[in-house]
Design a binder for this molecule. Structure first.
Ligand code: CP
Ligand code: NVA
Length: 317
């Protein structure tokens, strides 16, 4: 299922895309493409038969939860979903105790939470793979699905221009990392007060120097999308920021992805949004529902990308 590439991901954790090498990123995408094609042909192997996967949600989720649960089931693994405030890491028990007990039952931990530090601590204690299903800093699984969607529609990622317009949030960080690993030209436009974290930019610039990617950040949406192959945005109000919603709507005026902004991108540019979207805020209905929009393919690819990732992390090299 991994083609000619060696599976160097066996047993590893993925807490951000920079946990992958450029080759490992391509391995995940190629495996996802193969598995997706095989599934549609009726080849329904269950390589993780007998395994169990904890899926822990400390923030709301629809896509991530459903796609991991179905992905685990399709691989033959049993998903153990914990999403209320009385389970897993939400009861005041130490991260050490919860992790060391949980891994007696399951073979991988998928977790969505607030602090990146928490998933790092879980991964330090765990002897099984840990997968970040979104933190305040990163959303690597969404990044994999998005890169898979771009690859399906545009072919090789290297050299493509990816423009992100909006908040310098977990998704912006993830596109910086995914673009750097894939040799893309990444342009990020945010309001000055909502820029990406400097340390993520610096780490991505180091990777870009090795892959041929370029990383540019600025504050002008038109600059970002001009001649872009891919235009992406995300909510201005991420989970946890809800009290700032009204202030943010004011601060992000001029950053809405509408048809006029899309007209600056290449004619065959595609539009992505991880969803959920706030239609009428960061993006218009016209763009969301327009011919360039791939949002539903992108959402479906959560399943295929994560299924490939779990398969690679949880099978022997
Ligand atoms: N895109 C995404 O992660 O969606 P959910 O919050 O619904 O999981
Ligand atoms: N930036 C968003 C992504 C949701 C999938 C959030 O963190 O809420």
């Amino acid at each position: 299922m991994t083609g000619s590439r060696k599976n160097t991901l066996s047993g590893k954790s993925v807490l951000r895309l920079l946990d992958l090498t450029p080759e490992e990123l391509q391995l995940v995408l190629e495996t996802a493409q193969t598995q997706k094609a095989e599934w549609s042909l009726g080849i329904h192997d269950t390589p993780l038969s007998g395994a169990a996967i904890a899926i822990i949600m400390e923030k709301p989720s629809m896509r991530t939860r459903a796609s991991f649960e179905v992905g685990a089931a399709r691989l033959g693994a049993h998903p153990v979903v914990m999403s209320d405030s009385r389970s897993a890491f939400s009861r005041g028990e130490t991260v050490q105790d919860t992790t060391l007990v949980l891994e007696r039952f399951v073979d991988a931990i998928v977790i969505r939470t607030f602090e990146q530090q928490k998933v790092e601590e879980i991964a330090e204690w765990a002897s099984i793979p840990v997968v970040n299903a979104l933190t305040d800093m990163f959303h690597p699984c969404q990044g994999l699905a998005d890169l898979l969607t771009i690859k399906e529609h545009k072919g090789d990622l290297a050299g493509l221009t990816l423009a992100y317009v909006g908040d310098g949030n977990n998704m912006a960080h993830t596109y910086l990392e995914g673009g750097a690993l894939s040799g893309m030209r990444v342009r990020i436009a945010t309001p000055a007060d909502f820029a990406c974290d400097e340390f993520v930019i610096e780490e991505c610039e180091e990777v870009a120097a090795l892959t041929g990617a370029t990383i540019q950040v600025g504050t002008d949406p038109i600059w970002a999308v001009t001649d872009a192959d891919v235009v992406i945005t995300d909510t201005w109000t991420s989970m946890g920021d809800e009290e700032e919603h009204d202030m943010r709507v004011q601060a992000f005026q001029g950053f809405c992805v509408d048809a006029a902004l899309m007209a600056h991108a290449k004619e065959d540019a595609v539009f992505l949004h991880c969803l959920p979207a706030h239609r009428g805020e960061e993006v218009t209905d016209e763009v969301m529902d327009g011919e360039q929009s791939l949002i539903y393919d992108e959402a479906e690819n959560r399943l295929h990308a994560q299924k490939a990732l779990l398969y690679l992390l949880m099978t022997k090299a």
